[in-house]
Design a protein around this ligand. Sequence first.
Ligand SMILES: O=P(O)(O)OC[C@H]1O[C@H](OP(=O)(O)OP(=O)(O)O)[C@H](O)[C@@H]1O
Ligand SMILES: Nc1nc2[nH]cnc2c(=O)[nH]1
Length: 176
Amino acid sequence: MIIHDKQFELFISSNQIQSQIADLAERISADYADKCPLFIGVLNGSFMFASDLLKEVNIPAEITFIKVASYAGMQSTGKARELLGLSQSVKDRHVVVVEDIVDSGITMEGIIHQLEQAGVASVEVASLLLKPECLQREVDVKYVGFEIPEKFVVGYGLDYDGLGRNLKDIYQLRLD
Ligand SMILES: O=P(O)(O)OC[C@H]1O[C@H](OP(=O)(O)OP(=O)(O)O)[C@H](O)[C@@H]1O
Ligand SMILES: Nc1nc2[nH]cnc2c(=O)[nH]1
């Protein structure tokens, strides 16, 4: 498949994604059974994962969103810009930050720092994808869908310059 000027190939199928999400939701539901967690989705990329994950979480829970962007094209700008802040108090809440991908960890480090400053009771991260080889920060991602190698991916919320977010499957950049 071609997006803009680049060739991508199928990497993780929709079935694999959904099955992994069901497992993550089961673990989270068990861990937060009596905590009424507040899920915070990081827009734009997490919208599909947050939606599918929350449908499988079977305990009382709330969800809200923040908007942060650090990528331009295929490159991290090295800093997370906060574009939309929180609309509700997180003080004393058990928070699960929901991300599509943790790559360098710079975005997540910034978010966790802000949440801790705001007085959360606890904060954990649920990320559909993690690129362990790319981590530049010590970020503990408790709930990981897939650990993937250092390759640019699109689909299921993830974009390449605006396109590809609506794909059901995840594709990786073809290098040839
Ligand atoms: O670990 P990092 O290197 O910081 O990269 C991860 C971030 O990059 C992507 O967002 P992006 O900046 O592309 O914004 P988007 O979600 O609106 O696509 C992704 O959704 C994470 O928020
Ligand atoms: N679309 C996309 N966004 C990212 N943000 C950080 N890593 C990636 C990636 O591999 N693909």
